[in-house]
Design a protein around this ligand. Structure first.
Ligand code: HEC
Length: 131
């Protein structure tokens, strides 16, 4: 007689875990964290804090130029981008060629590194900057 109740509880627990949390490729996120440390952290914190660039917590999945109080360029404010995997990979592999006027000049990343960094940023994101 107790089985249906257990099944119900298990389903409820599953539903609660699955809520809006994307699946993370942990190995890729770990590689991405190391790339981020070397190539991004001079300008970007993993928190909300601004350095030369805006903080990177919650950037994945958020619209561009959404960090409160950061003095973004007009180009980024007007870009109308949402930072999903593809947009992040485009920015990191093509930089200013992809988004003319962006105020972030970096050495382009190989695509594999860019994908790993996007996975790291996904792991840092809890959706806090989403509208
Ligand atoms: C030399 C400093 C510098 C480096 C290095 C750098 N960035 Fe940036 N980044 C910036 C600045 C400044 C901006 C804001 C650009 C603007 O306003 O046009 C920015 C913007 C961004 C944005 C858009 C943020 C938003 O809120 O829309 C993302 C995403 C980003 N950087 C990711 C990265 C990643 C990932 C790396 C490492 C591969 C990196 N950046 C390396 C300075 C840097």
């Amino acid at each position: 007689m107790r089985r249906p109740l257990l099944a119900f509880l298990a389903l409820a627990a599953l539903a609660a875990c699955g809520e809006d949390r994307p699946t993370i490729d942990v190995a890729a996120a770990e590689r991405g964290a190391r790339v981020f440390e070397v190539k991004c952290s001079a300008c970007h914190a993993s928190s909300d804090a601004a350095r030369v660039g805006p903080g990177m917590r919650d950037v994945h999945g958020a619209p561009a130029a959404a960090a409160a109080d950061f003095p973004y360029s007009d180009a980024l404010r007007a870009a109308g981008i949402v930072w999903d995997d593809e947009a992040l990979v485009a920015l990191l592999t093509q930089g200013e060629d992809w988004l003319p006027g962006i105020n972030m000049i970096i050495e382009p990343l190989p695509e594999t590194e860019a994908r790993d960094v996007a996975e790291h940023l996904k792991r840092l994101s809890g959706g806090g900057r989403r509208p």
